[in-house]
Design a protein around this ligand. Structure first.
Ligand SMILES: *Cc1c(COP(=O)(O)O)cnc(C)c1O
Length: 350
């Protein structure tokens, strides 16, 4: 603390990301990174762009936005890109989610959302997930300016079908609905095809998980032109060059390499099904996941204790010290070898 701090800084409670320790032979299943390498075409495009580092990058990332637009069947003007989807979310909070009536989001969801609310002074209310940890749409029939859902939800992994998102945006034409689809590529239905019909829908995705580019920092939003324009206004009042030239080139090549994308996500989905079976055999209750992680608890073991014992054995999983979920572990889907090692260690511990 310092007397030079602003009152905003005094009142912040920053997000704490999963740890990134340097431990030999560590199996990292705590931050939902992809266990496989990114597309070789992305790496080649990054290497081929090195000679442009002397110059400023394209401030509006035109080529990357055209590639995303072509891939998702929208126009370039309906795409906004940012330095990771966390930055896209931050701009969304500032540009579109700050109003007199509260922003609504689930009590159990991505824990960055309340952090942004404090940073931007956004009035919000949380809506409880039901007893099965599902989002119940009827619970959003209450006063509010906007609804923010992570779909599939984190850390539960449970997804709503596209029809449910369409019912929500149709029922609430005067609320903006923002859908954070960080994990959608692992088996859920994207709401992007609804954007053309609904001016109150903004969909946010990232290349960090399904395209294995967490280190490159690229995320994007798709929505109708007035929503995207709001994000551009904030971006151009904050940082004209959020994506460097390497990120723009690598991300575009990764999106174009659909064969690599399909192959790795299929591997991760197959490994997830095997891990769910293994955990169930050990007595875990596992929530139905459509993400690259599972959320599971053991009836006879405290979550904190299991996470600590795994850590002693050089396996990191994510544990949240939070009511309702304190006995759950969020386990990222690793390679098959990593998942087998985890199951063997859990067998030994339990
Ligand atoms: C990982 C994650 C993000 C952030 O992704 P980046 O693009 O790496 O910033 C956003 N939302 C959710 C729910 C996530 O899990």
């Amino acid at each position: 603390m310092s007397r030079f701090w602003s009152s905003v800084v005094h009142n912040l409670s920053p997000y704490v990301p999963g740890e990134q320790p340097k431990i030999d032979g560590l199996i990292k299943l705590n931050t939902n990174e992809n266990p496989y390498a990114p597309s070789p075409h992305a790496l080649a495009a990054i290497a081929a762009t090195m000679d442009r580092l002397r110059l400023y990058p394209d401030p509006s990332a035109t080529g990357l936005r055209e590639t995303i637009a072509a891939h998702y069947g929208v126009t370039r003007e309906e795409v906004f890109v940012g330095n990771g989807s966390d930055e896209v979310l931050a701009h969304t909070f500032q540009a579109l989610l700050k109003h007199d009536a509260p922003l609504l989001f689930p009590d159990i969801t991505y824990s960055f959302y309340p952090v942004y609310c404090r940073l931007y002074g956004t009035n919000y209310e949380t809506v409880s997930l039901d007893a099965e940890m599902r989002v119940r749409l009827a619970d959003y029939r209450r006063p509010g300016s906007a609804i923010l859902l992570c779909n599939p939800n984190a850390p539960t992994g449970i997804a709503l079908p596209r029809a449910a998102i369409e019912a929500l945006v149709t029922e609430h034409p005067d609320k903006l609905v923002v859908v954070d689809e960080a994990y959608v590529d692992f088996g859920a239905e994207s709401a992007v095809p609804l954007v053309a019909r609904h001016d109150n829908l903004l969909v946010i995705q990232t290349l960090s998980k399904s395209r294995a580019l967490a280190g490159l920092r690229v995320g994007f939003a798709i929505g109708q032109r007035p929503l995207i324009e709001a994000l551009e206004r904030v971006k151009d009042s904050f940082n004209s060059y959020p994506l460097d030239c390497l990120a723009q080139a690598g991300a575009a090549a990764a999106i174009k390499d659909d064969a690599w994308f399909q192959a790795t996500r299929a591997r991760i989905v197959a490994s997830r099904e095997a891990l769910v079976r293994g955990l169930s055999e050990l007595g875990f209750e596992v929530l139905p996941s459509q993400a690259n992680f599972v959320f599971a608890r053991h009836p006879g073991r405290r979550g904190a204790d299991l996470a600590a014992r795994l850590r002693e054995r050089a396996v990191l999983v994510r544990h949240f010290q939070k009511p309702r979920i304190e006995d759950f572990l969020r386990i990222t889907i690793g390679t098959d070898e990593q998942c087998s090692r985890l199951l063997a260690l859990l067998h030994e511990i339990i």
